[in-house]
Structure formats: C-alpha cells, structure tokens
Design a protein around this ligand. Structure first.
Ligand SMILES: Cc1cc2nc3c(=O)[nH]c(=O)nc-3n(C[C@H](O)[C@H](O)[C@H](O)COP(=O)(O)OP(=O)(O)OC[C@H]3O[C@@H](n4cnc5c(N)ncnc54)[C@H](O)[C@@H]3O)c2cc1C
Length: 463
C-alpha cells in the first residue's frame, strides 16, 4: 500500500448501521479447525470497493457487543460487489456495496484485539476528520480561484462583475472563512505533531504515541470536520452564484464543485454526530477532571453579579481581540457549565442545546486560531504589511460575536428561567459585545487583494 501498488477500502457502514456504527450485523465465526474466521454480512457505501486490493472489515465475533477489525483480501472467495452507486457528486470515486458470503479470513488477519474494532474504527475517523478538513480547504481555495477568474472576465452593464460590491462581498467572505479554516487546521495539525513528539520524547513507542497524540485532539478533529465541510459548502454555493447561469451549467467547474462538496457534511461522521461528539468529549474531559468547566463557569456567574470593568487597557496589539475571545470563552463556560449543572445526565438528550454549544465552541476555536496566526504575522512582518489579515481577523470576530450570541441565547432560553435568565442574557450581551467598525471597508480591502492578484493569494501568510 505504501508503494501505491495496493489500494484499500474501509468497510464499516451497513444498510441499517450508519451513524450508529457499532450496531452492525456483519458477523464472524471461528471455523471448526480454528484457522479462519468465517465472515458473513453486507457493507454499504464503500469507497474504493470497485478496485481495492484489501478491505478493513468491521464485524462482530459470535454476536459480541463490540466490533472486531479484520484485514480481508479482496480476491477472497465469497466477496461480491453491487454495481457502482449513482451519486450526486464525487463521481470519480468508486462507491459500492460489498457482500461477504462465507468468506474465510485467516485468524492472523484479526486486526488488533477482539472487541477492540470500534476503537480502531474511531481512531481512523479521528485522523480522517482532520484530513477531510485539510482536503476541503484545498477545494475552497480552488473554487475561490475559479470565482475570481470568472468575476474578472465576465462583463455586465459595461463593467467586470468583480467591480460590484455584491460580488466583492462574496469573494471576501469566501476568503475570510477559508483563511480562518486554514489557521485552525494548521494549529490542530501542529498541536498533534507536538503531542506525538513529546510522547516519543518521554519514551512512548512511535505507534502508540501517534495514536495517543491524535486521540488527545479528537475534539479538534471533529470541530474541523464540521467547520471545514461547511466552509466549502459556503464557498461552492457562492461560486455558483458568481457564475450566474453558467454556474448552473454542467459545463462549468463550479457546478461539479457544488455537487462534490455536499458529501463532506455526511461522511466521516455526519456533522450532527460530530457536533454531538465535540460536546460529549468536552463534557467527558470535565468529568474526568482533565478540564475545569465548573470552576470557570462559577467565576463567570460571579462576574455577572459584579459591575462590568471599564479597564482602558494597555494598548498592546490585539489586546481587544484577545479580550473578545476570552469573553466568547466565558459565554461557552456560562452556557455549557449551566447546562451541565442544571440538566445533568439529561443534557446528553438535549440535542438542540448540544448543537448550540458545539457551534459556540467551533467559532471560538477558529477565531482563536486566526488570532494566533495573525498575531504571529504582525510580529514577523509588521502591522502595515498585515492589514488584509487584520481585516480578516476583525471581520471574522465581528460576525462570530453575533453567531455566538444567537447560539447562546437559543440555548439559555430553553433551560433557564425568569431572573436567572435575565441575568444570563445580560451576561451574554456583555460577553459577545464587540466594538463596531467599518466591516464594508474591511471586506473591500480583502476583496481588492484577491481580485487584483487574480487568485487566492493568502497562502503565503505565516502558518
Ligand atoms: C459517497 C459516500 C462514501 C462513503 N464511504 C464510506 C466508506 O468508505 N466506508 C464506510 O464504512 N462508510 C462510508 N460511507 C458511509 C457514511 O459514513 C455514512 O453514510 C454516514 O456515516 C451516515 O450514515 P447513514 O448514511 O446511515 O445516515 P444515518 O445514520 O441514517 O443518518 C441520517 C440523518 O440522521 C442524523 N442522525 C443519525 N443519528 C443521529 C443521532 N443520534 N442524533 C442526531 N442525529 C442523528 C444524521 O446526522 C443524518 O442527518 C460513505 C457514504 C457515502 C455517501
């Protein structure tokens, strides 16, 4: 596989077992001579199935509660495939159903340990999620390039459409979201690398360190999967709009991009499942004592009782932006902490609230990543050279404040009442307050850089 001669497929999903992946019915039984597992069952939506040489198949041995992983060679007797699925997009990818009928799998092909397959499947998904985010980031840049090129060539009412504010707004917004996503992807990737190297330095073997390092940032991987797939969907949608009627033509690249993008919100765990997982992971860390959620939540509650501070600050660069992000975190603590305290075990069933909390966490992670990156740029290149990036940061924070406010409000009104609710809504207002600035001018500045250059020219920024 490493030399590229063999291709692989990952067989987890079944017709009745999608998001609930551990509920698969595919079963494995040890043969009478103890040399093989006999595999029977059906897998669905299997990428690469048409040409894979090897399948990683998840099945239950003798009706175990949990899955076990198996390495199955594609030419094993008893494997059959359905024809290619007729899909909305990613038509270059092979997606087929795979049937296992009395397939003999040598016992030594059991992957890891019995009953530990689901863990393996999830670890694959963790890394798959950050890779998906990096992949969609590339897709977003590509669609921005097409959008700018078309806008610079298409004339209406005697001017190139890239001169119109409505189109410039779209291009700026595509770039803001993509640059912000890129900042978060690089940050998580660097954090994972760092964690792996630290563990190796402490004497852990490389394989285990890699697994543990990725696992440590599983919440970030889930967040990036959601944010990335939604950024790409935004970019392709606006790409089609910039192309107008041509965007709806099967001849245009953006039409294909629009269709190809959509799957990213569905596979590698749907965005709903990944949002639930993000909050679940945060709450589990809090319960295990790895993350102090209640302490800061109480501190925030106390702060709400006090008079807001009107500290003038020291004038340090990005002092204000750091304060905004610290306040956004207080919102998260207030909403998640109060929800955990009031709803306790019931919270896991309150999905609307969990979605709100996940949205707040996603925006904070991205905004903070963006701030860290732009701060680094300003330190290296100076404020003057970094104006476009500062505009991206300010625009993102300005919009994120409103989104966080809305998500926080939707959550709080569903489980807090009367005086306490009034106090918390006041706190929410305080924590999501950002100073007004001319966002139109900021977007114009960003759009000008891209439109004048003719492509997405922000990749030379410091990572
Ligand atoms: C093109 C393509 C390629 C794929 N490649 C592979 C592959 O290579 N290998 C593989 O194993 N699988 C693959 N899949 C399967 C993919 O991972 C699943 O489609 C995905 O996990 C969702 O499962 P499902 O389709 O059964 O949807 P369902 O689980 O039925 O979900 C339907 C809807 O209900 C929501 N939902 C489900 N459960 C909950 C819940 N508890 N709370 C709230 N909402 C919920 C979902 O978010 C979704 O919106 C692929 C799918 C496609 C379309």
């Amino acid at each position: 596989m490493a030399s590229g001669e063999w291709k692989a497929a990952y067989c987890l999903t079944e017709p009745s077992s999608g998001s609930d992946a551990n509920s698969g019915k595919t079963n494995a039984k040890l043969s009478a001579d103890g040399k093989n597992y006999i595999l029977n069952g059906q897998k669905m939506w299997i990428t690469n199935a048409g040409f894979a040489n090897v399948f990683t198949v998840f099945a239950k041995i003798d009706g175990d509660e949990n899955l076990t992983g198996f390495i199955v060679e594609a030419n094993s007797a008893g494997i059959t495939l359905n024809p290619e699925e007729k899909k909305m997009g990613i038509k270059g990818s092979s997606t087929r159903q795979v049937f296992f009928n009395q397939v003999e799998v040598p016992v030594e092909n059991l992957l890891g340990e019995r009953n530990q397959g689901f863990k393996i499947a999830l670890n694959i998904l963790n890394i798959g999620r950050i890779k998906l985010a990096a992949g969609v980031m590339g897709g977003a840049k590509e669609v921005i390039n097409h959008s700018i090129k078309y806008a610079n060539e298409r004339e209406q009412f005697g001017r190139f459409i890239s001169k119109y504010g409505a189109i410039r707004h779209k291009i700026a917004e595509q770039a803001i979201r993509t640059f912000a996503l890129e900042s978060a992807v690089y940050r998580a990737a660097s954090d994972i690398d760092h964690a792996i190297h630290t563990k190796i330095g402490e004497g852990m073997d490389k394989q285990k360190a890699t697994l543990k390092g990725i696992e440590e940032f599983a919440a970030e991987c889930a967040m990036l999967k959601v944010v990335g797939s939604e950024v790409l969907d935004f970019c392709v949608d606006e790409g089609v709009q910039i192309f107008g009627g041509m965007g709806y033509s099967a001849e245009s690249t953006v039409e294909r991009a629009y269709r190809d993008s959509r799957i990213n919100r569905i596979f590698e765990g749907t965005n709903e499942i990944n949002r639930l997982l993000t909050v679940d992971m945060i709450l589990k860390k809090a319960m295990k004592g790895e993350l102090d959620l209640m302490g800061p939540a109480m501190a925030v509650a106390n702060e709400l009782m006090s008079i807001p501070d009107f500290d003038e600050g020291t004038g340090e660069t990005f002092e204000k932006e750091k304060k905004y992000i610290s306040n956004f975190k207080k919102t998260l603590m207030m909403v998640a902490g109060t929800a955990a305290q009031k709803l306790m075990m019931q919270l896991t069933k309150e999905q609307e609230i969990l979605m709100n909390i996940a949205d707040i966490a996603n925006d904070i992670y991205v905004a903070e990543s963006l701030l860290l990156r732009v701060e680094k740029m300003v330190q290296a290149k100076g404020l003057e050279q970094s104006q476009v990036y500062v505009a991206i940061l300010n625009t993102y924070i300005f919009d994120a404040a409103d989104r966080i406010n809305k998500a926080g409000k939707d959550a709080l009104v569903s489980f807090v009442e009367e005086d306490e609710l009034r106090m918390m809504l006041m706190g929410l207002k305080r924590f999501t307050k950002v100073d007004p600035f001319n966002i139109k001018t900021a977007r114009q500045l960003i759009a000008s850089k891209l439109i004048d250059k003719g492509d997405y020219c922000l990749s030379d920024a410091i990572n």
